[in-house]
Design a protein around this ligand. Sequence first.
Ligand code: ADP
Ligand code: ADP
Ligand code: ZN
Length: 214
Amino acid sequence: MKIIMLGAPGAGKGTQAKKIAEKYGIPHISTGDIFRANIKNGTELGKKAKTYMDQGLLVPDELVVDLVVDRVQQADCEKGYVLDGFPRTIPQAESLDEALAKLGDKVDFAINVEVPDENIINRMGGRRACVGCGATYHVVFNAPKVEDVCDTCGEKLILRDDDKPETVKKRLDVYHEQTQPLIDYYKKAGVLKEVDGTVAMEEVFQAIVQVLGA
Ligand code: ADP
Ligand code: ADP
Ligand code: ZN
């Protein structure tokens, strides 16, 4: 089962992707998490990616495509995977399709988690990310047991720099311009599934499970 998560920044792609990965026993591949791990480890890729991420811009396609194409060919991806945050541009989607076609493969589901822009700014202001394991919380909708402490690993929770309102606005513009066209792209490919992302997390997940048919 090869699944792609589509949706605005803060729509809940990561939250749902983790639940899908757990239920179906497939890896959750988040390009945002991969970049943040590279930034934390001070790699060359991390240094390059950070200059774009801090401005709310997309990292150039050439820095992300090979990385994902390599990742999906690793042994743990044989049964499938859930891609979160990739593709984000039409050229990225085309590169993925080409690479999969060479392997005799294709995307099975593109799940669009629909949340209007008005809801996004509030969601992002309340998002907290763990500096240790990358787990995501929300101060109201998914609060940790102890304020600002990760339930899983005990490390500190922070507001991501790019989740501050100015950068979120920029990221939404970038989303509408560069990523939203993917909805049509996957509709044409016959694999698009839309779910309402404004309802409670568990309800969104139930809708996704229905779509995936298991
Ligand atoms: P969110 O979960 O809020 O949508 P991500 O964690 O997926 O954000 O991404 C954070 C940032 O990492 C993006 O704003 C962008 O700069 C960069 N990024 C992540 N994935 C990609 C991608 N596929 N192409 C280009 N840039 C990306
Ligand atoms: P994305 O990966 O699309 O950027 P996240 O999964 O990180 O989005 O979710 C963004 C924020 O909104 C997080 O703080 C998360 O806990 C919260 N969130 C996710 N889904 C919901 C929901 N259905 N209702 C309310 N808050 C949500
Ligand atoms: Zn943690």
